[in-house]
Design a protein around this ligand. Structure first.
Ligand SMILES: [Zn+2]
Length: 595
């Protein structure tokens, strides 16, 4: 076994799949398994199972399945080395140096992380400092942010000097090149280095592994730009990251309701967290992107976008909301009363008022309707045209046909136009856009897909061997040259054979087999086989013996058929000696079958 495989096995044995998965989604005990609504497809009744004995998960709805590594790879959209790294860190296992990055890139990336961690501590210390931090603390206090918020969000302060961070990091041994690569230190036209952030309150942006990957900086007064973000680096993609996400993910995992609140500002986000709305994230001063929504969709079923009570928010938001529909995520909109941002509202009106307001969140349809009706006059034909075309654009992006149907009906009633004509306009639009079909195919399980190519008997046989590895030896003894008909069953059997040999006397672990298989389809297929349940040892034994008998019979009937052909040929050729020999063999075989 390769060294790499040993480490992988070690990490896996220290990463309990139930513990790992329940950090993301709530799992409920169901007999031998744990179940949940599947995070990989939309469903109302749970068909996602986690089996603690076998250390695997499997969804009977969409066929997703695998071991603890597969789960992270799918859920966090990680590569295998990334998933391995994360689980190794969690289990405190040191990995050998090798991953998708070259050692050189790897150490560069590691250095950037170190710079951000160091800078974060540096800024935080300055905000806490009795003298240096006085003004920014006073500013925060005026807005009712105190020590609790400063500490839990590690808020910091960048002094007004040009080179404080630069000098500090140089002293810590970071090279000029490393500092420039981090984006926190810039070089002037004269060639001198200086700090990006000066006289700003600093909000560290943490990724889901809780590492600082970027900063947002806010001025104390009203100078522009009010907010400044650190640039994109190898560790920071602003199209993916959101402020407070790692905390929100944790809160949603612990809650029954998979809903996420989206606000614009750092302080809005902190205020909401401090008042019990820990499922809040803030966008980083950029418009929401489809990548953001893809990330959010993994943790929540529905998003509520919270807007300030001014018109500007509404105008900007209409397009942005369509991204949720395109990505198939439920979205609601909450417009705060005029003159309020989320921070003001919760501070002045209190958390219960916010809870009440959230209940009044509007469906995206109603929100859009309200905005468009205030913008255009539906009783003049040009206005009507504008409103319908805006809506149809949105509808064309909605992937759920039932929802489109409902919205079309409501739009027709509201505008006083015929539903049929709206529908035909929509179809025209969709055809023009290279249209997708109104009906979406139901996800098929790996088994249904495999039904044709992988014979049932072979699947059951493999499932039995995966449950009880001594069957592998027994099977090989009975049929040393058995040829599997199915490609997938053959391949899984090869793995199984290899791994039982490796395990020797010990029972091998099925989940370990899964992490050796690199092909995702094959992995899914194997995980479904492992999930097949046998009520008792007797049932299992009975099924195994039945299969052995069946295969033996199949083999013999194949042999009998071959002999019949040979007999026919010998007869035709008039070879009496050969004919007699075949007849004898035929008789012998026949009597064995009858036993
Ligand atoms: Zn599923």
């Amino acid at each position: 076994m390769a060294y790499q495989d040993q480490v992988i096995d070690q990490v896996q044995s220290l990463s309990d799949i139930v513990e790992v998965i329940s950090a993301y989604i709530p799992l409920k005990r169901a007999g031998r398994n744990f179940k949940a609504n599947c995070p990989f497809h939309q469903e109302k009744t749970p068909s996602f199972m986690v089996n603690p004995e076998k250390q695997i998960f499997h969804c009977f709805g969409c066929g997703a399945g695998g071991d603890v590594f597969s789960f992270l790879m799918k859920y966090e959209q990680m590569s295998f080395p990334e998933a391995l790294k994360q689980l190794a860190e969690r289990a405190r296992v040191t990995l050998p140096e090798s991953s998708s990055f070259s050692p050189r890139e790897r150490s560069q990336i590691e250095r950037i992380y170190q710079i951000y961690a160091e800078a974060s501590d540096f800024y935080h210390t300055h905000l806490k400092h009795p003298e240096t931090g006085k003004a920014p603390r006073a500013y925060l206090a005026k807005r009712s942010f105190g020590t609790a918020e400063i500490d839990s969000f590690r808020i910091g302060f960048a002094r007004s000097d040009w080179r404080t961070l630069c000098d500090h990091l140089s002293k810590k041994g970071f090279t000029e090149q490393e500092l420039l690569r981090s984006g926190l230190i810039l070089r002037s036209a004269q060639g001198t280095l200086y700090d990006l952030f000066r006289s700003r309150i600093i909000f560290p942006i943490l990724n889901r592994q809780q590492k600082v990957v970027a900063f947002g900086g806010r001025v104390l007064g009203d100078e522009m730009p009010k907010y400044l973000n650190s640039p994109e680096t190898p560790i920071f993609r602003k199209r993916r990251e959101m402020y407070g996400l790692y905390l929100a993910v944790r809160a949603i995992a612990a809650s029954e309701i998979r809903r996420i609140l989206i606000v614009e500002g750092y302080l809005d986000c902190i205020r909401l967290h401090a008042n019990g709305f820990q499922n809040t994230v803030a966008t980083l001063g950029t418009a929401l992107t489809s990548e953001h929504v893809q990330v959010l969709k993994r943790y929540a079923d529905e998003a509520t976008v919270v807007f300030d009570g001014d018109q500007a928010g509404e105008q900007a938001s209409l397009r942005g909301l369509d991204i949720f529909l395109e990505e198939g995520m439920g979205v609601k909109v909450l417009c705060l009363p005029k003159g309020f941002d989320p921070d003001d509202f919760v501070r002045l009106k209190g958390a219960p008022a916010m809870t009440e307001l959230l209940k009044q969140s509007q469906d995206i349809f109603d929100f859009k309707l309200q905005v468009l009706l205030s913008r255009y006059n539906k009783s003049d034909s040009l206005g009507l045209l504008k409103i319908t075309s805006e809506f149809l654009d949105t509808f064309a992006k909605i992937k759920n046909p039932v929802l489109v149907d409902r919205y079309l009906k409501r739009l027709a009633v509201t505008l006083g136009v015929e539903e049929g004509s709206l529908r035909s306009e929509l179809n025209k639009l969709k055809n023009k856009q290279g249209g997708y079909k109104m009906t979406e195919a139901k996800p098929k399980s790996a088994f249904q897909k495999a039904e044709k190519t992988e014979p049932k008997a072979e699947r059951i046989l493999l499932s039995l061997m995966l449950h009880h590895s001594p069957y592998v030896g027994m099977f090989l003894e009975a049929f040393p040259n058995y040829a599997f008909v199915g490609d997938q069953t053959r391949e899984v059997f090869q793995w199984l054979n290899r791994m039982t040999q490796e395990a020797g006397e010990k029972e091998f672990s099925a989940s370990r087999l899964l992490n050796r298989i690199k092909d995702e389809n094959l992995k899914t297929f194997a995980s479904e086989l492992i999930m097949m349940d046998w009520d008792s040892e007797e049932d299992r034994e009975q099924a195994f013996q039945d299969l052995i008998r069946r295969i033996r019979m199949q083999e013999r009937s194949g042999q009998l058929q071959a002999l019949r052909n040979q007999i026919a040929q010998a007869e035709e050729a008039g070879d009496q000696a050969l004919l007699l020999e075949y007849m004898k063999a035929y008789q012998t075989l026949l009597s064995q079958v009858e036993q």
